[in-house]
Design a binder for this molecule. Structure first.
Ligand code: 5GP
Length: 191
C-alpha cells in the first residue's frame, strides 16, 4: 500500500534492536483517515472470505481493528494480556512473548466471544517474530473457530514471523513489508 509506505518513510524512526517507531501515526497518535484506507484495503484483500469477526490483541492492534471492522460490518474482539490469570474455565488462554517488552504474557479471550461458528480475521499493527499472531491463531483454534486470514499493517520481512505463519497455510496480507532498515542512516527499504 503506497500511502502507508510513504507515511512510514516520512514519519517512521528506525531504532536499534530492529524496532520501527511509528508513534506519530499508528502507535500513539493515530491517523484515523489512514486507518480507514487500511481498513478498505483489508476488505478488498479478504472480500472472498466469510469473515464474521475480527480478532486483535491489546493494545496497539485495537484502533486498526475497529476501523477495519467498519468495512466488514463485524464485531471486534481483542485478546487481553494478563499477568496473573485465574483459570476459571471461562476463557481461552495462550502465552505470547512480547517483542517490544521482552516478556511473556498470558493472553485470554472469553469463551462468550469466540466459538465454532466464527470465521475470524486477525488484525495487528506489526508482524515481527510472529508470537502475537501465533497466539491469536492458537486461541481461535482452541475455540474451534476458523482462521480466515491475517491482516497486518507493517510486516518486518527480515524477521521470521511472516514465513512461520504462512508455512502453517494461513493467508497473511501485509500492507507494507519492510525488507531492510538501518538504525544508523534511518534508511528503510520495502519489498
Ligand atoms: P511478534 O509477536 O510478531 O514478534 O511482534 C508483534 C507485536 O510486537 C506487535 O503486536 C507489535 O505491537 C510489536 N512490535 C513488533 N515489532 C515492532 C516494531 O518494530 N515497532 C513497533 N512499534 N511495534 C512492534
Amino acid at each position: 500500500m503506497k500511502l502507508l509506505e510513504e507515511r512510514i518513510r516520512k514519519d517512521g524512526l528506525v531504532k536499534p534492536g530492529n524496532v520501527l517507531k511509528v508513534d506519530n501515526f499508528l502507535n500513539h497518535q493515530m491517523d484515523v483517515e489512514l486507518f480507514d484506507q487500511m481498513g478498505e484495503e483489508f476488505k478488498r484483500l479478504f472480500a472472498d472470505r466469510p469473515i464474521n469477526k475480527i480478532l486483535t490483541i491489546e493494545a496497539s492492534g485495537i484502533g486498526i481493528a475497529c476501523i477495519t471492522a467498519r468495512h466488514f460490518h463485524v464485531p471486534v474482539v481483542f485478546a487481553k494480556k494478563t499477568q496473573s490469570i485465574n483459570l476459571d474455565g471461562e476463557s481461552y488462554v495462550t502465552k505470547v512473548e512480547s517483542f517490544t517488552h521482552k516478556r511473556t504474557y498470558d493472553v485470554i479471550v472469553s469463551k462468550k466471544y469466540l466459538g465454532p461458528e466464527d470465521h475470524v480475521l486477525i488484525i495487528d499493527d506489526f508482524l515481527a517474530n510472529g508470537c502475537a499472531v501465533d497466539g491469536l491463531i492458537d486461541l481461535i483454534q482452541s475455540a474451534g473457530a476458523t482462521v480466515e486470514g491475517v491482516g497486518i499493517a507493517i510486516e518486518k520481512g527480515f524477521q521470521s514471523g511472516g514465513e512461520m505463519i504462512r508455512n502453517k497455510g494461513v493467508r497473511v496480507e501485509s500492507l507494507a513489508i519492510v525488507e531492510q532498515m538501518n538504525p544508523e542512516t534511518g534508511e528503510i527499504v520495502f519489498r
